[in-house]
Design a protein around this ligand. Sequence first.
Ligand code: DX5
Ligand code: ZN
Length: 214
Amino acid sequence: MNTLIAASVLSADFSRLADEINRLKSADIIHLDLMDGHFVPNLSFGYPLVSCIRGLTDQPLDAHLMVTNPQNYIDGLSRLGVSWFSFHQETVYHSHRLIQQIKDHGMKAGIALNPATPVNTLDSILEDLDYVLAMSVNPGYSAQSFIPSAIAKIKELDRIRKSRNMDFLIEVDGGVNAQTSPALREAKADILVSASYIFGSKDYDKSITTLKGQ
Ligand code: DX5
Ligand code: ZN
């Protein structure tokens, strides 16, 4: 499978949002970082902006919930046309129930792992997941430095999915750029999320092509 690129709008210039989204034509997915100032020490945006972005593009929307109550947003985000929904393993007691609810709403279901959360916390739920989101920075901000231990985590996830014959996708998020992406593709990450590298460049399409390794 070709590597998919999810452009995170966290680093976009919101005063020119239509133009920014328009320049992401080669991105496979638009990544939406939703933060509550509680699970992470930052606020980002909510339904009004998601709705606005939905009106600007037909590209699939991938919501990354960095909030302590992700269950409260399943219905609202599915109504807004979000098709990928991930929540953090560290935030919920009943991840199995949540995964079923996300799927019942017609969305792909994923679980995100902080850099310090081991893969084995997902052992009993992996076969129910459409994707795993491995964080390669501590969540909350764009433009942080890549944490190299993410590479071993991606390799471990790939090894498990092969040995257990599973088909969940592996998404990696944080510090993805021209320097870090080759090792991530080699480790078999399927989806690379990027904010500051894409939006900090002159030619977004060219940066996306670089991340894909083309
Ligand atoms: C961090 C977010 C990321 C962030 C990535 O909490 O989940 O999606 O936007 O930003 P970069 O690509 O700049 O590290
Ligand atoms: Zn994210």
